[in-house]
Write a protein that binds this ligand. Structure first.
Ligand code: DGL
Length: 270
């Protein structure tokens, strides 16, 4: 695949966001809020989404292909806005590239720190939950054995298809969670960036005082700190986003903008 430098050198100081598909747009949305003077590249691996039901080897190969393209295009930092890709490839990516690489992992730590009495439910892809990185995280933090996990792979498909029909999504979630006593959970962790579009649906299913948390704010806080420590914060950018879909620059970005608009406009379900 031949990729030319897409930006003039003075514009190369973009921040890259990578996901298997549209999930990372929820993280990019937080970046646009906190860092509006930066410019961005968003790369969705649309040819290979979903990652969460594939093998570790396949996903690793796709992630490396994608990041190689992004690196050639040029960026000053990369956010792997995908819990699944992070769990599979983050350490090796950091060995291969010199720009800062931030990952995402299910927010088990803040959940455990915040909530010591009620149970915690981690929602993620099957691959994330199966991976050693997640298993280690839970065994390090869950001394009281209060963390449960549930894989919701179909929610990735719903998000990719822009399905936000309240009845359909709630029925799906109810069916998947039918084996769980919902009122015993004090915190639900959205451990897949695609699930963040459905925060209000989760909130509707669980009791009003159940916290629904994700890793976006923490990741973007850390990104802000990283840029500032390395003195690579931009103050002249205009929140420009250049979208890529599996190696190809997207000219008509309407499909992606729709998700940003959805997050801007979304109000809680009543
Ligand atoms: N958005 C991704 C995550 O955070 C993966 C979804 C998928 O491709 O299965 O895990």
């Amino acid at each position: 695949m031949i990729i030319e430098k897409t930006f003039a050198s003075e514009e190369v100081m973009r921040i890259g966001f990578f996901d298997s598909g549209v999930g990372g747009i929820s993280v990019l949305h937080e970046a646009l809020r906190q860092l509006p003077n930066e410019n961005y590249i968003y790369y969705a691996d649309t040819d290979h989404v979903p990652y969460g039901t594939k093998s570790k080897e396949e996903v690793k190969q796709y992630v490396f292909q994608a990041v190689e393209v992004m690196a050639r295009v040029g960026m000053k930092a990369l956010v792997v806005a995908c819990n699944t890709a992070t769990s599979i490839a983050i350490n090796e990516l950091r060995q291969q590239y010199s720009f800062p690489i931030l990952g995402m992992e299910p927010a088990v730590k803040p959940a455990v720190e915040k909530n010591c009495s009620k149970r915690i439910l981690v929602t993620a892809t099957p691959l994330t939950l199966k991976e050693e990185k997640y298993q280690d995280l839970v065994s390090r933090l869950d001394h009281a054995h209060i963390v449960d996990g549930v894989a919701l792979p179909e929610l990735v498909d719903y998000a990719e298809k822009f399905v936000f029909d309240q009845n359909e999504i709630l029925e799906y979630l109810k069916a998947k969670l039918s084996g769980f006593e919902l009122n015993q959970y004090g915190t639900v962790v959205l451990g897949c960036t695609h699930f963040q579009f459905y925060r209000s649906y989760f909130q509707k299913l669980f009791s009003g005082d159940t916290d629904i948390i994700d890793g976006s704010t923490g990741t973007i806080n850390y990104l802000r700190k990283t840029l500032s420590e390395r003195e690579i914060t931009n103050s002249n950018g205009k929140s420009e986003i250049c979208f890529f879909s599996s190696g190809k620059k997207v000219e008509q970005d309407h499909r992606y903008r729709k998700y940003l608009n959805y997050l801007d406009k979304k109000t809680d379900l009543s």
